[in-house]
Design a protein around this ligand. Structure first.
Ligand code: NAP
Length: 247
């Protein structure tokens, strides 16, 4: 499952799932651009960890909402490591509140980062991948994009949108040997799920057949497989990593 010499961009790779993905891809031999928007210290730590085992990483500040930032991030990747082979659209936020109380800003912020950000990054690497007739794109959606969730209309809409984006990208780019798949994690240990109250967490655990939260490393392992040659014939899929929550 070697990714030796491949250039990978992982958005939001300073913490949580993005960090685990960056480290796993580097362990498989990829040269990784560790993107962050505000947590420079965390991004530096991710890059240091990669370098500690002999991997290659460069950190790159950039807000995925901004096409200018995204183009700069792609330029950083090309300048340091060469054309982009792998893009993991991981950056994401939540701003949970019931629809009747949800501000326009809370709606826009979540849609802009989660969905428009993934579109911006995909657009920025697509031409390069098309010319080279190869590439792997992973969009991190969520079980919430499939099931919906109370208090998460903005988040669920953004994640459902990412599934549409994934399938359209897969269809548009397949003739150039580029695959695009989505990962739908359930409840994974991270800063995002640390915000849940104990009561909510207990309630969720009851509905997960495997009776535990997943780890970022368990998500990263599946992504490393999907961006490897072993998964060359898989595209347009939504793979659930959720302990059996959705089946
Ligand atoms: P997290 O720990 O809160 O990390 C979110 C990451 O997104 C951070 O690295 C953050 O970087 C980055 N980010 C936020 N806004 C950004 C922007 N405008 N531009 C670039 N990067 C930005 O979240 P996580 O749990 O690891 O989640 C990662 C992804 O998995 C998200 O897309 C999330 O929706 C999805 N997911 C998570 C779970 C779960 O249970 N944890 C379940 C399903 C799906 P900065 O700190 O630098 O802003």
């Amino acid at each position: 499952m070697s990714l030796q010499g491949k250039t990978a961009i992982v958005t939001g790779a300073g913490r949580g799932i993005g960090k685990a993905v960056a480290i796993k891809l580097a362990q498989e031999g990829a040269n990784v651009v560790v993107n962050y928007s505000s947590s420079s210290t965390y991004a530096e730590k991710t890059a240091e960890e990669i370098k500690s085992f002999g991997g290659n990483a460069v950190i790159c500040k950039g807000d995925v909402r901004s096409m200018e930032d995204v183009e700069q991030m792609v330029k950083t990747a090309v300048d340091h490591f060469g054309p982009v082979d792998i893009l993991v659209n991981n950056a994401g936020i939540t701003k949970d509140t019931p629809i009747v109380k949800m501000s326009e800003k809370d709606w826009d912020d979540v849609l802009d980062i989660n969905l428009k950000g993934a579109f911006n990054c995909t657009k920025a690497v697509a031409k390069m991948m098309m010319k080279r007739r190869s590439g792997k794109i992973i969009n991190i959606t969520s079980v919430v994009g499939v099931m919906g969730n109370k208090g998460q209309a903005n988040y669920a809409a953004s994640k459902a949108g990412m599934i549409g984006l994934t399938k359209s990208t897969a269809k548009e780019l397949a003739s150039r040997n580029i695959t695009c798949n989505a990962i739908a994690p359930g409840f994974i240990q991270s800063d995002m799920t640390d915000q849940l109250s104990d009561a909510v967490r207990e309630e969720y655990l009851k509905s997960i057949p495997l009776k535990r939260l997943g780890t970022p490393e368990e998500v990263a392992a599946i992504i490393a497989f999907l961006v490897s040659d072993a998964a060359n014939y898989v595209t347009g899929q939504v793979l659930h990593i959720d302990g059996g929550l959705v089946m």
